[in-house]
Design a protein around this ligand. Structure first.
Ligand code: GUN
Length: 171
């Protein structure tokens, strides 16, 4: 298929993706189950796991969340994706993953464990953005926390507008 004919819906079908709790769609593609597990202070983990991760016009935001593991992101296809990172000192880092490397977009992004991260699909002609993530120690829900709007705005009031845009409303 010509890459220009790829749509969000045929990518979801052909890569067999399912909705992710953060928003967007994903499928785990790899876990290092041929190696010994890694013993961490939080329990036993694969040495590394990997997923496809897709944002679409229907689900354009990966909500703020936190992970203890390091995550490498690799851009594949489609429209650019903006990443918002709140570092441990409260400072905000914003950057864009996409194929326009001459314009400063990134093909790879390394997010060390311990950082609040959100992503947002930017407007473009594709209507989707596809990346992969490699996570080490391997992904486990016990190492991950979804960002509570109330908690994050109380902790980082200087980023209130951004946090409200990139978290779900709470009761
Ligand atoms: N985010 C990064 N890797 C994973 C994974 O393997 N599973 C889930 N649910 N989310 C992830």
């Amino acid at each position: 298929m010509n890459p220009s004919q790829i749509s969000a819906s045929n990518l979801i079908a052909s890569l067999d993706l399912e909705p992710h709790v953060e928003g967007g769609y994903f499928r785990r593609t790899y876990q290092a189950d041929h190696r010994d597990m890694l013993e961490t202070t939080s329990g036993s983990r694969f040495l590394m796991t990997s997923i496809y991760y897709l944002l679409t016009e229907d689900s354009p935001v990966g909500q703020f969340h936190f992970n203890h593991s390091d995550i490498l992101h690799y851009f594949h296809l489609g429209d650019a994706i903006e990443y918002s990172l709140i570092l441990e000192d409260g400072s905000l880092q914003t950057l864009v993953m996409g194929s326009d490397v001459l314009a400063g977009q990134h093909l790879q992004l390394h997010v060390p464990g311990g950082i609040w991260k959100a992503s947002r699909l930017l407007n473009g002609s594709s209507g989707f953005g596809l990346i992969s993530e490699a996570v080490s120690p391997g992904f486990d829900f016990a190492d991950m926390e979804m960002g509570s709007r109330q908690k994050l705005t109380a902790r980082y009031p200087q980023h209130r507008a951004l946090i409200e845009k990139l978290t779900r409303a709470e009761d």
